[in-house]
Design a protein around this ligand. Structure first.
Ligand code: PLP
Length: 395
């Protein structure tokens, strides 16, 4: 039988990182050495206290279905955490726990967006935004992020993109793939714009704990008029080195949280019970707070190593990001096209990176490197990239 696919499958995209990872693993299976800077996943082990909480939960019988929105204590833990960090009073009924925060994006789009609605999202940006916006039949409206603005949005340009059909704005700070962060003034402007045009906002703050040099993260959720129109999207993957645990959460107005629960009932049923219990430990214990701070310090020192190293390579220019764990160098002056350079670095130099265009057309002329490996590997990756570029320039 020839399977006939639904038309909507013509409109879904993918994440380049998973494709490059698969290719890199094939090369490794053939005996090739590859340094992995392609996937946005911390190399650190999940802190011991969180692992121990999960083991205890399994032993205590947390092996069953839970309520679709999450175990009450876990929802309370998220509400308390958001309250302490962002100064926003949150009711546990406004919190939904899901197997990975990208579900919050999907559920919001499914619950609120009609065909033909316009959705604004960053370009370059996390590729799942453009993919899912188009999958649900909405019209994607990219807002370009430029290097000369440290990859912050141009606020006038953002305002000019809003039309009567604009329904949703997706904001991500600190940002994947550029590491750019929005300032307090940026966040205040975006909030005013959203209120003025009655927009729903997804605020993807999954990197909000990964900021450097004293930068203060400001959440859209904490702005006047934003509680009733913001979906805060966050999760355990990045700050707690828990990507494989699959635990994300959304904080949204109660009526939208209820729709998300319905979508959970119709899809995953619930996030894994023991993972939810480990999340309580992660969000509430001072030990995890110390572990996160130690990881952030390591990321900061890796950032400097990578940015300084990239800036030494002829033809490359790299801004120093204030958050997340990505470097986004401009490589135009190397003479390479970003896709060719990424492919050849993997095939010929054994360094897996992503072309900037994996994050949208505005990523043209850039590469993305995740500094999620130890300093020895990062130094070696930089050496391999530099040798490759120099050899090509000489040849
Ligand atoms: N949002 C951004 C900006 C990301 O970079 C990622 C993962 O790379 C996610 C969301 C999804 O994270 P998860 O589904 O693991 O919570």
């Amino acid at each position: 039988m020839t399977i006939r696919f639904a038309e909507r499958m013509d409109h879904i995209g993918t994440e380049g990182a998973f494709e490059v990872l698969a290719k890199a693993r094939r090369l490794e299976a053939q005996g090739k050495s590859v340094i992995h800077l392609e996937i946005g996943e911390p190399d650190f082990a999940t802190p011991d206290n969180i692992v121990e909480a999960a083991v205890s939960a399994l032993q205590a019988g947390f092996t069953h279905y839970t309520p679709a929105g999450g175990i009450t204590e876990a929802r309370q833990a998220v509400a308390g955490f958001v309250n302490r960090r962002l100064g926003v009073e949150v009711d546990p009924a406004e919190v939904v726990l899901v197997p990975g925060s990208k579900n919050i994006l999907l559920f919001t789009l499914l619950a609120c967006i009609e065909r033909g609605d316009e959705v604004i999202y960053p370009d370059p940006g996390y590729p799942v935004y453009a993919s899912l916006v188009s999958f649900v039949g909405a019209v994607g409206v990219p807002i370009r992020l430029r290097e000369e603005r440290n990859f912050r949005m141009d606020l006038d340009e953002l305002a000019s993109l809003v039309t009567p059909r604009t329904r949703l704005l997706i904001v991500n700070t600190p940002q994947n793939p550029t590491g750019g962060v929005l300032t307090k003034e940026d966040v205040e402007f975006i909030a005013r714009l959203a209120v003025e045009h009655d927009l729903l906002v997804i605020s993807d703050e999954i990197y909000s704990q990964l900021v450097y040099d004293g930068f203060q993260h400001v959440s859209l959720l904490s702005q006047p008029g934003m509680r009733e129109r913001t979906v805060l999207m966050d999760g355990m993957s990045k700050a707690y080195a828990m990507c494989g645990w699959r635990l994300g959460y959304g904080v949204s107005p109660r009526e939208l949280a209820a729709k998300m629960e319905t979508l959970m009932i119709n899809s995953s049923s619930c996030a894994a019970a023991f993972t939810q219990m480990a999340t309580i430990e992660a969000l509430e214990s001072p030990e995890s707070e110390r572990a996160v701070a130690a990881m952030v310090e390591k990321f900061r020192s890796r950032r400097d190593l990578v940015v300084d190293g990239l800036n030494r390579i002829p033809g490359m220019r790299c801004a120093r990001p204030d958050g997340a764990f990505y470097a986004f160098p401009n490589i135009e002056a190397t003479g390479f096209h970003e896709k060719e350079l990424a492919d050849r670095l993997l095939d010929e130099a054994g360094v897996a990176v992503l072309p900037g265009t994996a994050f949208g057309p505005a990523g043209k002329g850039y590469l993305r490197l995740a500094y999620t490996q130890g300093e020895t590997d990062l130094a070696q990756a930089l050496e391999r990239i530099e040798d490759f570029v120099n050899k090509e320039a000489a040849g």
